[in-house]
Design a protein around this ligand. Structure first.
Ligand code: FES
Length: 164
């Protein structure tokens, strides 16, 4: 009876070796697992500061299109999306940045210098120079970047972009 809980020296060595083996396996395995799930973690990150270019290069009074791309990882699948914003320097101290995405169904608007309007080619909507709706089906003005969504660093204009 007393011997039922007795662990022989040989068994003890076996158990200890198994435990050490498991520990080493875990130590080797952990970084590999972190590496495997890393793209998935990155996929959750959907905001960033996007540089649009040197502020001085945007002509005062003229909306200018700036484009950029964002890549998204979903597991191992990578997609690249293109975005555009219109930068309008109103003066040396005031800059307006508008999304070029129509608020109706998402087509890209174009700036029409003759009419001084943004025109959406999909359903003929018109937006004013500040993004307000002048005509057509859009339910609201063009999305704008203002306040703490805009900054200038070393002369470069950046927007705080949220990917939706
Ligand atoms: S998507 Fe622009 S008016 Fe419909």
């Amino acid at each position: 009876m007393a011997g039922s809980h007795h662990i022989s020296r040989r068994d003890f060595i076996k158990i200890t070796t198994a435990a050490v083996g498991t520990f080493i396996g875990a130590a080797i395995g952990l970084p590999s697992i972190a590496f495997l799930i890393d793209p998935a973690l990155k996929a959750g990150k959907t905001d960033a500061w996007i540089p649009l270019g040197k502020l001085e290069n945007f002509e005062v009074g003229k909306p200018t299109l700036a484009t950029f791309t964002r890549s998204k990882a979903n597991g191992w699948e990578k997609t690249v999306n293109s975005y555009g914003v219109f930068v309008l320097r109103k003066s040396d101290t005031e800059t307006l940045v508008l999304s070029n995405r129509c608020t109706h169904l998402g087509c890209h608007v174009n700036w029409n210098a003759d009419k001084q309007e943004y025109i959406c080619p999909c359903h003929d909507a018109q937006f004013g120079i500040n993004g307000e709706v002048l005509g057509g089906p859009p339910p609201r003005p063009l999305d704008r970047y203002s306040g703490d969504q805009l900054k200038v660093e070393d002369g470069t204009l950046l927007i705080h972009f949220l990917e939706g």
